[in-house]
Write a protein that binds this ligand. Structure first.
Ligand code: NGQ
Ligand code: ZN
Length: 472
């Protein structure tokens, strides 16, 4: 890139200089980033001279990581399902416990839990979140007087924490393939397709006011019958042809077997045959696919939403990343049940699962980026941005200034080359975070590793958690 002399009047508050920065095509030196009042990057030059008066990053500058899959309320019961309840616990026995906590959520507790979760996300390197939101109604399953109450609580939590959000209200109608009626403990989730489309219209002004994007999440093929899936996708497309569509698909072998018994097809196969899957879609988990399904799903341009620590926690199985990448598949990471809230740790878990299953090292390094952490971050940022449907895909002009700065003085990083600092951050600095600061849309949200709401939000979270986990 060309040498750029400093301009006369640097906009001190809207610019940052970094000796090393990870741009979409790799590491660059002496990068000066400027953004406008709307938080969009307007100017980005490598090989610059640090302009007088401009803030200098304390270490390598990275793109902020989009978190493409979150059920915020689940943060409140982390640690409370890690005991043997049945002779052989499973995803399904975990789900029974999870529903008990879901049944106790209130608008107030959801907002407190989500606010703290989003503060934690920001401190852990995530600059935006896709919230896959399915607890809609009151504890008896009746819509709140304002039917958008819980969705609005999540939007407020994101706004107050300062994280970018794609809100994906969830369509949930049945308890199993073949239009099985919902269970009693699913009553809070249920909406008709028309009611869902009205909710999206109702939420549009609030979302727009904070730069949030609205999409739709048909929960799974288990929970949404074919007619509803078609009508919902059509209705959403009429509201916004670009709106993101996320779906849980093929996470557990049991659901694959049930889908085959119902339709003769596996879930991914069925979806690709019956829905207009394209780059708007995020296939969450997609853990159990045949080689043909990997190829066909990758070809659609949809993003694979991988949630490495949750998939490990729930005993889902291992996504075959090399096979997905071989077909040009796009992907990003989500923290899902929030057993872990740490972007670097999700990447670590993902790479390690591949190493363990293949008995190889550096599996997710690419031809362009030999350094595993660098290759993974660039791909996960691009895929996560696509899944979010927002202009957040990395450090480039026209995109939002969502940025993370590592602390080059952290003992795990000090005196290493920049690309190795990133590797040391991803593979070896979890006891104390090496994240120094973080910006969302050009607004600084984390300084010296902490968000301004850290203390207050933590306290409110602990109170909300105590109320949520108290025995009936
Ligand atoms: C969820 N979570 O909706 O919270 C699901 C579990 C289900 C994950 N799949 C419930 N990780 O799939 O029915
Ligand atoms: Zn999920």
């Amino acid at each position: 890139m060309a040498f750029e002399p400093p301009t006369a009047a640097p906009t001190a508050n809207h610019s940052l200089f970094a000796a090393d920065a990870l741009l979409p095509d790799g590491w660059a030196r002496n990068v000066w980033v400027q953004w406008n009042g709307a938080g969009r990057i307007t100017h980005l030059a490598a090989n610059s001279v640090a302009p007088v008066g401009v803030a200098v990053a304390k270490g390598p500058l990275l793109p902020g990581m989009p978190n493409l899959h979150s059920h915020a309320f689940q943060r409140a019961f982390v640690g409370l399902t890690e005991y043997r309840g049945e002779s052989q616990d499973s995803f399904w026995s975990w789900r029974n416990l999870m529903y008990r906590f879901a049944s106790r959520i209130t608008p107030e507790s959801l907002e407190a839990i989500a606010t703290w979760l989003y503060v934690e996300m920001l401190e852990a390197g995530y600059t935006s979140v896709c919230e896959f939101h399915y607890v809609h109604h009151d504890q008896g399953g009746t819509p709140y007087a304002d039917d958008a109450t819980l969705s609005l609580a999540l939007l407020r939590a994101a706004r107050n924490a300062g994280i970018g959000i794609t809100l994906l209200p969830v369509l949930y109608q049945t308890s199993g393939f073949g239009a099985k009626p919902p269970r009693a403990d699913q009553a809070r989730f249920i909406r008709s397709t028309d009611n869902m489309l009205s909710l999206l219209e109702r939420l549009a002004p609030a979302a727009q006011a904070q730069g949030a994007v609205l999409g739709l999440a048909p929960h799974s093929l288990r929970a949404v019958p074919p007619d509803s899936l078609a009508a919902a996708v059509q209705g959403l497309t009429a509201l916004n042809p670009q709106a993101p569509i996320h779906i849980h698909i093929a996470e557990q072998t049991q659901e694959v077997d049930d889908c085959i018994a119902w339709s003769g097809q596996r879930p991914v196969q069925w979806l690709l045959d019956h829905a207009p899957v394209d780059a708007r879609w995020c296939l969450v988990h997609a853990t159990h696919m045949t080689p043909d399904e990997y190829a066909a799903a990758a070809r659609t341009g949809a993003v694979a939403g991988i949630c490495p620590t949750t998939e490990a926690n729930l005993g889902d199985g291992i996504f075959d990343m090399p096979l997905w990448l071989q077909h040009g598949g796009r992907w990003g990471v989500g923290s899902d049940s929030h057993a872990c809230v740490n972007a670097a740790e999700e990447l670590l878990m993902l790479e390690y699962s591949q190493r363990l299953s293949r008995r190889q090292r550096n599996v997710l390094a690419s031809a362009a980026q030999a350094e595993v952490a660098t290759a993974m971050i660039l791909q996960a940022v691009a895929g996560g941005a696509q899944a979010a449907g927002r202009a957040i895909g990395g450090l480039a002009v026209g995109l939002q200034a969502d940025m993370v700065v590592l602390d080059a003085h952290h003992v795990a990083l000090r005196d290493l080359p920049a690309h190795s600092m990133l590797s040391a951050h991803v593979f070896g600095s979890h006891r104390t975070s090496a994240i120094d600061s973080l910006w969302v849309a050009g607004a600084r949200r984390v300084s010296e590793g902490q968000h301004v709401l850290h203390g207050a939000a933590a306290q409110a979270f602990v109170a909300a958690r105590s109320a949520t986990i108290a025995p009936d």
